[in-house]
Design a binder for this molecule. Structure first.
Ligand SMILES: Cc1ncc(COP(=O)(O)O)c(C=O)c1O
Length: 379
C-alpha cells in the first residue's frame, strides 16, 4: 500500500540517534539543529528517558482514564513546580493540535461564546478549531471554515479591542514566539494589553506554548517573558522528547466538570513516564540555563556574519534571516555538511531548534559550515 503522499521528503533515512546527533543507515552522523521540529528537548535516546520508558512499558504501558493513575498526578506536580504555574490544573492529550482544540473548547464552554481571535502567520495545528485559527487558507478545508475566526495583525491593539468589545469572542489564541510563521513576536505592551482586554471582556487568553514551551525560549514558558496570566496554556512538542504527549494547563479559577473533556490515549502510563523523565532531566541538567548560555553564544557569532540580515526569536527557538531564499542552503547543509536545520513560511528564514542539551562546540560546527556555504554563494 503506498503512503498518502503529503510530505515532501529529504533523502535522508535516520535509523538511530544519540544526544544531538542522528545517524543514517550508513552510520553517517548528522548534527540535529532541528530537533525533529522542536520536539527533541533532552536529547535523543537520553539514558534516563530510555530507562523510564523501558521500565514502564514492561510494567504497564496503558490503561484508560477510568482508573487511578498516580503517574499523571506526579507529572502534574512536577510540571507545576518547574513551570511556576501555581494552582493550574492539567489535562493530558496526545498532540499540539489536540491541546489547542481542547483549550478552545474549554474557552467556549466557559464563556458560552464561539468566535476566536488569532494572529497573522499563526499556526495552531490541523484539527477543526485549531486549523481554523491558523493563518493558512491552504490547510483549511470547507468543514473547518465553518468556525468563526478573526485574524488580526500583531500589535493591532485597537483591532483586538474592537473585536473583543463585540462580546462574542471566547478566546484570543497566541504564540508568544511564532514558530512555523517565522519567529515573529509582538511587543510586550501588546501582549500585556491583550491580557487586560481579555480579562475585561470575559474572553480566554490562550498561550500556545506547543513549540515555545518547556524551556525552549530561555524561560519555562515564552509568555513568562511578559507580565501576563493566560487562562489556558497549551503544551506538546518538547514535553515527551518524541513520545506523543500534549496537554493544557488550566487556570485555577476555571472549574472542571465530569465529561467536559476526554480522550482514550491522553495521559497513558507510558506517555507519563516519558513526560516525567523529560521534566526530571530539564531540572537535573539545568537545561534552561544551558538554553540561555548557548543562545547568547549563538547570537554573538550570528551578529558577526554580514549576510545574516536579522536574528529572530529567543533562547533556542531562533531564526536567521537572509536576503535570499534558504531552500538550497538547507539542502547544502544537510547533504554536504550533515546538519539538519528548519525552514519557515518566511522562505528567507533558516530555523534553529536544537535539543536543549546542545553545546557551544556544536554551534561552532554549524557556523563553520554556514560561513563556507555563504562564501560559496558570493563567489
Ligand atoms: C505553535 C504550534 N501549535 C500547534 C502545533 C500543532 O502541533 P501538532 O503537530 O503536535 O498537532 C504546532 C506544530 O508545529 C505548533 O508549532
Amino acid at each position: 500500500m503506498p503512503l498518502f503522499d503529503v510530505y515532501p521528503l529529504y533523502n535522508v533515512t535516520p535509523v538511530s540517534a544519540n544526544g544531538i546527533h542522528v545517524y543514517d543507515e550508513n552510520n553517517t552522523e548528522y548534527l540535529d539543529l532541528y530537533g525533529g521540529h522542536a520536539v527533541i528537548s533532552i536529547g535523543h535516546a537520553h539514558p534516563k528517558y530510555v530507562e523510564a520508558i523501558t521500565n514502564q512499558v514492561s510494567a504497564l504501558g496503558f490503561y484508560s482514564n477510568a482508573i487511578q493513575n498516580p503517574l499523571q498526578v506526579e507529572l502534574a506536580d512536577k510540571l507545576e513546580a518547574l513551570s511556576g504555574c501555581d494552582g493550574y490544573n492539567l489535562f493530558l492529550c496526545n498532540s499540539g493540535a489536540e491541546a489547542n482544540e481542547n483549550a478552545l473548547k474549554v474557552a467556549s464552554f466557559k464563556t458560552d461564546k464561539s468566535r476566536v481571535v488569532a494572529f497573522k502567520n499563526g499556526f495552531h495545528g490541523r484539527t477543526s478549531a485549531a486549523v481554523a485559527a491558523t493563518d493558512n487558507p491552504n490547510i483549511i478545508a470547507p468543514i473547518n471554515a465553518q468556525q468563526k475566526v478573526t485574524i488580526l495583525e500583531f500589535n493591532d491593539i485597537e483591532g483586538v479591542k474592537t473585536e473583543l468589545e463585540k462580546g462574542d469572542v471566547c478566546a484570543v489564541i497566541v504564540e508568544f514566539i511564532q514558530g512555523v510563521g517565522g519567529l515573529d513576536q509582538a511587543t510586550a505592551e501588546f501582549y500585556e494589553q491583550v491580557d487586560a482586554l481579555c480579562k475585561a471582556n470575559n474572553t480566554f487568553f490562550i498561550a500556545d506554548e506547543v513549540q515555545s514551551g518547556y524551556g525552549r525560549s530561555g524561560k519555562f514558558f515564552a509568555f513568562q517573558h511578559y507580565n501576563v496570566t493566560p487562562d489556558v496554556i497549551s503544551i506538546a512538542k518538547g514535553m515527551g522528547n518524541g513520545f506523543p504527549i500534549g496537554g493544557i494547563l488550566i487556570h485555577p479559577s476555571i472549574e472542571a466538570k465530569y465529561g467536559m473533556l476526554g480522550t482514550t490515549f491522553g495521559g497513558n502510563h507510558l506517555a507519563c513516564a516519558a513526560g516525567l523523565a523529560v521534566l526530571n532531566t530539564i531540572e537535573d541538567e539545568n537545561l534552561i540555563d544551558n538554553v540561555n548560555n548557548v543562545s547568547e553564544y549563538f547570537n554573538s557569532i550570528a551578529k558577526t556574519i554580514p549576510q545574516i540580515k536579522n536574528i529572530k526569536g529567543r533562547g533556542l527557538m531562533l531564526g536567521l534571516e537572509f536576503d535570499f531564499e534558504v531552500g538550497d542552503l538547507r539542502k547544502k547543509l544537510i547533504y554536504d555538511h550533515h546538519i539538519f536545520t528548519g525552514g519557515a513560511s518566511n522562505k528567507k528564514l533558516l530555523r534553529i531548534l536544537p535539543p536543549l542539551t546542545i553545546a557551544k562546540e556544536h554551534v561552532d560546527q554549524f557556523f563553520k559550515a554556514l560561513k563556507k556555504e555563504l562564501e560559496a554563494v558570493e563567489v
